[in-house]
Design a protein around this ligand. Structure first.
Ligand code: NAP
Length: 734
């Protein structure tokens, strides 16, 4: 990002930036970029972290497509940009004209936070918006906002271009008659306003550049790194005989199709940019069993062994929950509250099934290829030498439900008229209900091929348009201070497998894979796996929101985490237990009364929720032992599905209500920090409401004032949340 006072805006220049965690924002931004190119713009397309590649004052218009992750956090490929933006001062971006398309989910409190923050910050820096921002909601369907927003972007851009004097002889971007009509109307209106010379006079006049903006070009240590992992090995199920999966035929009720002959709002077919080049080398650089070099992670990739595994729930529990310990040969630095990512491959039978359905022979699947082409998706740009087998294992997502643009592409390539009509209908506005019903069955890519057998899309088009594979994230449940804690990470997760009606079996990507690798152990004690040669690709995700223990150990901590939401708190507790042990030794008060030790450590309260205490009270032994040792001050258990238990609370928020006065005292008198981890939709909202009630009932606040106070605490990092959505399949932890 550069600031140049003499920079001349170029009417035909358009830069599309994206900040994308799961690939949605990237694919939508690419669509805009490609349409801009088709219209004759000199268009550019970059992740936000590459902001310095563009002179923000020289480019005429900037379009941002940004998503939000976690509890209002920006995606990984924009963190460096945000650090840069924070450092900027004054109003140094007065020439920049921008618009923002935000992607978010209203199930989370901080809906489209990245888009809103970006908008505010750009305004503060003097940039002006040329088209109102759009905020698309994944809870109701992104397309509902994205499609009309993009449609109306072109008249807004046309307005910019037409009202900016052409400064060179390059051909100008072209627009449809309808768009030009809208623009002429806009220009007329603007002209009228200018004549009236009230407020409009200032609208387009450039303000003075008061600050020279510095450019950050330094390497960021936690930026994307591509590691040479050729000497690291992973024993893949490829060694076992694999029967390719066949896929399910998905039932779709298309009886309404006959009523609609004119289909509207069909998404455009994405451009074909990707090419697959055969390499001369007989085998890709990766030896079988190692991790492909094209994998990109936000922090360096590490190879871990599975040391131990324990099934925490008996077979009659609703969910199978595993605790797994990963080991490292060297020390790894982390803090309780951090998470880590695992780069799991797609299920091998699914991969083989897809390749077989695409008529890719075993010989072709194991030959070295290179992916190339102008403007190909960023996750494919590093595929320099890999087999198709590995590309389908590690680079593309085969299990996320399809987007409309993909359905439209498949329709283009359906050889059978009936298949084509069905797919076109589902991609249209008129077929929205059928499209949603289809997606609700979580069809894999193989299911789509099986349901529409005449679809024959060129391989390169498939690779290019499937979403990028995502790592799966888990909170670390261990402490680096514990014995060999620097060489191990522990975690806990539910093994995601589901049965849908019609005999359809669904499975997550990572958790069933880990379960199988670790031997599908039965409920009971932890088992040392002896898997000393198995290596798994993992990487650290440091907590950016300070969801870590307070550095002041005397500060009380209130932890609320039902189900596997308790994971980071087990790390907090192990850490605190170690801190107490060290303190005990250091100050030689081991023989003194316990309250001496407690003087150095604030209270720790844990609110945990499960269905049945005998079936899914995760980490029960550890929790009870921490309570006995005084590490935990209060252990409060809510049990949601046990009948005839007098005075028992159903949910954590019910427990909080009964402890309202004590909680208020902890918060108000002792300055406790509040941590909430788990499901964003039901639990986190209910806990938030209960905190409001506590402030009203015990702190004497008006309701609005209580809400504002909680917002203030969130900003001060005194009220911290680590939330995710519990969906049928959850790309972050399935
Ligand atoms: P779960 O087993 O589905 O639920 C745990 C308890 O919460 C059950 O007793 C359940 O009761 C109850 N519950 C349901 N709705 C509730 C509500 N509205 N308010 C309060 N309690 C409610 O939990 P889980 O599947 O483990 O889910 C935990 C969440 O933590 C997931 O979203 C996961 O992604 C997230 N998470 C996991 C990790 C990790 O490292 N694994 C880390 C951070 C976050 P009923 O079902 O009987 O109603």
């Amino acid at each position: 990002m550069t600031g140049n006072e003499n920079a001349v805006p170029q009417a035909d220049h358009l830069t599309v930036f994206f900040a994308s965690q799961t690939g949605n924002a990237e694919s939508i931004s690419r669509n805009i970029y490609e349409q801009a190119q088709e219209r004759g713009f000199k268009a550019f397309h970059h992740p936000l972290n590459d902001h310095a590649k563009v002179d923000w004052d020289k480019e005429d218009c900037l379009v941002f497509v940004v998503s939000t992750t976690g509890d209002g956090d920006p995606p990984d490929n924009s963190t460096k940009f945000w650090r840069h933006l924070r450092k900027l001062k004054g109003v140094g971006l007065t020439k920049a004209k921008y618009t923002i398309l935000g992607l978010g989910d209203t199930n989370y409190d901080n809906f489209c936070q990245t888009a809103k923050r970006l908008d505010t910050r750009l305004q503060e820096l003097g940039a002006s918006s040329f088209y109102p921002r759009g905020l698309a909601d994944d809870a109701t369907g992104l397309e509902e906002t994205v499609d009309p927003w993009i449609k109306n972007l072109w008249p807004a851009l046309a307005h910019q271009v037409i009202s900016t004097p052409a400064i060179h002889d390059l051909p100008q971007p072209h627009f449809t008659q309808e768009e030009e009509k809208v623009v002429k109307g806009l220009i007329q209106k603007q002209e009228q306003e200018r004549r009236q010379s009230i407020t409009a006079a200032t609208l387009d006049s450039p303000r003075l550049l008061s600050t020279v903006i510095s450019t950050t070009t330094g390497q960021d240590p936690i930026e994307n790194t591509i590691k040479d992992l050729s000497n690291l090995t992973l024993n893949l199920p490829a060694n076992l005989p694999i029967t390719p999966a066949v896929g399910y035929k998905i039932d779709i009720d298309l009886s309404a199709m006959a009523d609609h002959s004119n289909l509207t709002a069909l998404p455009r077919v994405p451009n074909a940019n990707l090419q697959i080049a055969d390499l001369e080398t007989a085998v890709a650089s990766r030896v079988p069993g190692s991790v492909p070099t094209f994998i990109q992670t936000p922090t360096p990739l590490l190879m871990a062994t599975i040391n131990k595994v324990q099934c925490l729930t008996p077979s009659d529990a609703l969910k199978r929950t595993l605790a797994v310990e990963f080991g490292f040969e060297d020390d790894v630095d982390y803090a309780p509250g951090d998470s880590f990512g695992i780069w799991a491959p797609n299920n091998e039978a699914l991969v083989r099934g897809v390749l077989s359905a695409l008529n890719v022979s075993d010989a072709a699947a194991t030959k070295a290829v290179r992916l190339h082409g102008q403007g190909i998706p960023s996750h494919l740009q590093t595929v320099e030498s890999a087999t198709l087998l590995d590309i389908f294992r590690y680079a593309v997502d085969l299990t996320s439900p399809p987007k409309k643009a993909n359905i439209r592409l498949y329709a283009e390539h359906a050889n059978d008229l009936a298949d084509k009509q069905k797919l076109m209908f589902m991609a249209s506005k008129q077929g929205a209900d059928q499209f949603n019903a289809f997606r609700a069955q979580s069809p894999t890519f193989l299911d789509i091929l099986h349901t529409f057998p005449s679809v024959n899309v060129p391989l390169a088009r498939i690779i290019e348009t499937l979403p990028p594979m995502q790592p799966r994230y888990y909170s670390i449940t261990s402490s680096p201070m514990s014995k060999s804690g620097h060489r191990r990470w522990s975690c806990a997760f539910n093994v995601v497998t589901y049965d849908l009606s019609g005999g359809i079996h669904r499975r997550g990507v990572c958790t069933p894979w880990l379960d199988e690798l670790a031997g599908q152990v039965p409920f009971g004690k932890a088992v040392t796996t002896g898997l000393t040669t198995q290596r798994l690709p993992v990487f650290l995700k440091p907590n950016e929101t300070r969801f870590n223990l307070p550095s002041d150990t005397t500060k009380p901590v209130i932890m609320i985490g039902p189900g596997t939401g308790v994971a980071p708190f087990m790390g907090f507790l192990e850490h605190r237990a170690e801190q107490r042990l060290i303190k005990k030794r250091l100050v030689n008060i081991g023989t003194g009364p316990r309250q001496h030790l407690d003087d150095h450590f604030g209270d720790m309260w844990l609110f945990f929720g499960c269905r049945h205490r005998e079936r899914d009270w995760l980490f029960r032994e550890q929790m009870e032992s921490y309570k006995r040792d005084g590490v935990l001050t209060e252990l409060l258990l809510a049990v949601s599905r046990e009948e005839n238990v007098p005075n028992s609370a159903k949910y954590v928020q019910d427990l909080m209500r009964s402890q309202g006065k004590n909680l208020w005292n902890l918060i108000h008198k002792k300055g406790a920090a509040i941590y909430v981890c788990g499901d964003a939709k039901g639990m986190a909202k209910a806990v938030h409401d209960e905190l409001v009630n506590i402030l009203v009932d015990h702190g004497g606040y008006e309701k609005m004032a209580a809400i504002m106070e909680l917002n203030k605490w969130a900003q001060e990092k005194r009220y911290l949340r680590d939330l995710s959505l519990r969906r049928l399949f959850h790309a972050l932890c399935d």
